[in-house]
Ligand binder design. Structure first.
Ligand code: FES
Length: 220
């Protein structure tokens, strides 16, 4: 009488261990594991390098430290008129040569425009993406060559993509010279605010949504 088959399956033929999808004949799992671990190690090293660099940069940047005020003498008051600008070169940062300088357009303040400042200094940095704008005397406008931004005589936006008027610099008169100092931004109504980067709106709720960097000097 034939013996009954074992109920626990001990006598069933043993199958070779299943190979993962994509395995080819002769491939050993040791080799695959080496590649897998090696890839993960390289990825981890890459993340570490980028992360440590970012941390080092953040730790080394004086986020809350305000730079010393720099004032540049640009000439005697009689050099400037009320109805046009004079191009002047001012220093923004000491110790970096030409890279620390920029151009500012300076004129006298105009009572007709309800300006109370004796002198107005307008930045040439476009409020869209920062290209240098140029004052075109024939049109009494500032023109940006990059994307067609156009600003009126006071620096107000009259065309193109800029999001706010041109920035300004503080001015004062010392020892018979007009001096140009720290940068500030203005709202659409020319109210001064701490300066913002190009592309950032100013005025109303935008002052909250685009807060200034802590290191920027107070507005006048
Ligand atoms: S940078 Fe001036 S319009 Fe774009």
């Amino acid at each position: 009488m034939p013996e009954a088959a074992s109920s626990n399956g001990d006598d069933a033929p043993k199958l070779p261990p299943a190979k993962p999808a994509g395995a080819f004949e002769g491939e050993t799992m040791t080799r695959r594991a080496v590649f897998s671990i090696g890839g993960q190690a390289l990825g981890g090293a890459g993340i570490g390098i980028v992360g440590l660099s970012a941390l080092g940069f953040a730790a080394g940047t004086p986020l809350f430290e305000q730079a010393d005020e720099i004032w540049t003498a640009v000439g005697p008051p009689g050099k400037f008129a009320v109805d046009t600008y004079r191009s002047t070169v001012i220093t923004l940062t000491h110790g970096v040569g030409e890279a620390g300088k920029t151009t500012a357009y300076v004129r006298m303040g105009s009572p007709d425009l309800e300006e109370t400042q004796a002198f107005i200094a307008v930045s040439t940095r476009c409020a869209h993406l920062g290209c240098p704008v140029r004052f075109v005397e024939a049109a009494n406008n500032f023109i940006c060559p990059c994307h067609g931004g156009v600003y009126g005589f006071r620096g107000e936006v009259i065309g193109g993509p800029p999001v706010r008027p041109l920035d300004r610099f503080q001015t004062r008169v010392r020892d018979g010279q007009v001096e140009v100092g720290p940068r500030y931004s203005v709202t659409g109504d020319f109210d001064p605010v701490r300066y913002r980067d190009p592309g950032e709106f100013t005025g109303g709720i935008w002052n909250v949504l685009f807060p200034p960097r802590p290191s920027t000097p107070p507005a006048p």
